[in-house]
Design a protein around this ligand. Structure first.
Ligand SMILES: NC(=O)c1ccc[n+]([C@@H]2O[C@H](COP(=O)([O-])OP(=O)(O)OC[C@H]3O[C@@H](n4cnc5c(N)ncnc54)[C@H](O)[C@@H]3O)[C@@H](O)[C@H]2O)c1
Ligand SMILES: O=c1ccn([C@@H]2O[C@H](COP(=O)(O)OP(=O)(O)O[C@H]3O[C@H](CO)[C@@H](O)[C@H](O)[C@H]3O)[C@@H](O)[C@H]2O)c(=O)[nH]1
Length: 430
């Protein structure tokens, strides 16, 4: 099949390369000329394990990129993989999706024959039918349900394992409102489902598909917050939270995934998506108390970490090493990293901050251009009065003699990853 994808970021590039891998002809449309050039040169514009190989293999053949929306006319279906950021009050900002839909609509005016437009981005329920579809109709002059249809196919891939998550998914969710759209969506995913050993395919309505994505992320984020709440209680009783949560996770009704207690969840998705569904629910007349509490617990974890630091050292004038700047290991992405509120608070307290991350330093430098950055954990620790461990990079588990070079070895561990205890003042957040 011929597929076009609007937006070539984390999601757009990954799904383009993977659709090409399962045999489709794919064209990526992006407004960023550098991204387009990179894809056409066979180079992935983002870092994801396995992505470079797929882009190199298919570029110039089943995968191409362009800034020209006209390319979608030749395709059977168009996936919108555009950003859906948060407004300041948490509401979803649909302006980029609306701009993309206007461009797609204007282009489809020139198409003879049926077309399917699929929302891949995470959007609050009713967006595809009540915002995207009317724009497409108005701009194209075509009629929804006869000339074209809309569909919704939420994406569950994680950064750092995007390719394997997409090619080997736990489930595929296909939202549509007409038989024709359902059939076309099925045709797009059939080759992938076949090679992935037939994961469950959920065929549902468009707004249900939109909601499944939020329910998924809200559930996972809340599961972590609940683990953090329980771990905080454990700490009050001097109980090992890891032992407790490991045991709890053995219950097959609960499961061990996403019970990792610590300084909380960040990234480009959980914070914005939980905020967006809470705001949308409130607009619809419902106060999502559990989700609000999940956010509150998450916001409190970095504050608790600094309280522990203050129990052992005065941050004012102290040199504090922040180990781990990425929002999770395996990525250079710092969006909503827990390191951000921690560094902000340290600077407010008058601390002299030195950050270290194996790959995310350049991105964090854009947020905090004026703090120091070290080239290694050892360099960050040398001469530091205290250290906060924020990201669970494996290399932090191997730190040992490096702590001896600290001026005062106070270590507050936000991810329970440091192994060394002797000769340092060590306290874990949970
Ligand atoms: N990043 C993830 O891990 C992930 C996983 C699942 C779902 N999602 C959702 O997928 C959507 C996309 O996220 P992302 O992380 O891929 O975004 P991104 O910021 O990485 O990429 C978006 C791309 O869209 C391009 N773009 C912007 N405006 C455009 C326009 N008018 N026309 C064409 N291209 C345009 C940008 O140049 C950029 O390359 C969001 O809704 C997000 O919530 C993301
Ligand atoms: O037990 C855990 C697991 C994760 N985290 C934190 O949770 C955040 C998110 O981690 P993860 O889910 O691995 O990363 P993302 O790439 O943000 O992926 C999430 O967000 C994507 C975008 O919506 C979804 O597609 C994925 O299914 C969903 O897992 C990170 O800060 C992690 O440190 C914990 O604190 N404890």
């Amino acid at each position: 099949m011929k597929i076009s994808i609007i937006g070539s970021g984390y999601v757009g590039t990954t799904i383009a390369a993977c659709f090409a891998e399962v045999g489709h002809d794919v064209v990526n449309v992006d407004i960023d000329e550098d991204i387009v050039a990179s894809l056409n040169d066979g180079e992935a514009p983002i870092h994801e394990p396995g992505l470079d190989e797929l882009v190199e293999k298919h570029a110039g053949d089943r995968l191409r990129a362009t800034t020209d929306y006209d390319a979608i006319v030749e395709t059977d279906a168009t996936f919108l993989a555009l950003p859906t950021p948060s407004e300041d009050d948490g509401h979803i900002d649909l302006s980029i999706m609306e701009a993309g839909a206007r461009s797609v609509g204007r282009t489809l005016a020139d198409k003879d024959g049926y077309h399917l437009v699929v929302t891949k981005s995470t959007v609050v329920p009713t967006t595809t039918e009540e915002v995207i579809a009317p724009i497409l109709e108005a701009e194209s002059g075509l009629e929804l349900g006869s000339d074209f249809d809309v569909g919704m196919n939420p994406e569950f891939l994680r950064e750092g394992s995007a390719v394997s998550d997409f090619l080997d998914p736990d489930k595929v969710v296909l939202g549509s409102e007409t038989d024709r759209a359902a059939t076309l969506l099925r045709d797009v995913f059939d080759p992938l489902v076949e090679q992935a050993d037939s994961p469950p395919v959920v065929e549902t309505g468009v707004r249900e598909a939109e909601m499944i994505k939020y329910a998924n992320n809200a559930f996972l984020a809340s599961k972590i917050s609940l683990a953090n709440d329980l771990a905080n209680i454990c700490k009050e009783y001097d109980i090992d939270s890891e032992e407790v949560l490991d045991a709890v996770g053995l219950d097959s009704r609960i499961g061990s995934a996403f019970l990792g207690a610590g300084v909380g969840w960040g990234g480009s998705c959980f914070p914005k998506d939980v905020a967006a569904i809470v705001a949308a629910a409130r607009d619809a007349g419902y106060e999502a108390k559990m989700l609000e509490a999940a956010v509150e617990v998450n916001d409190r974890q970095p504050v608790r970490m600094l309280d522990i630091l203050r129990d052992h050292a005065d941050p004012s004038g102290a040199r504090v090493a922040v180990l781990g700047l990425a929002f999770k290991p395996g990525t250079d992405d710092v969006r909503n990293s827990r390191a951000i509120p921690l560094i902000d608070a340290l600077l407010d307290s008058g601390a002299d901050v030195v950050g270290y991350d194996p790959v995310a330093t350049a991105n964090m430098r854009e947020h905090f251009p004026d703090i120091d950055y070290a080239d290694s954990a050892a360099d960050a620790l040398a001469g530091a009065d205290a250290a906060l461990v924020v990201t669970d990079w494996d290399e932090f588990a191997a730190l040992d003699d490096e702590f001896d070079a600290m001026t005062d070895a106070v270590v507050v561990d936000g991810r329970r990853i440091v192994s060394r205890r002797d000769g340092i003042v060590y306290e874990s957040l949970v």
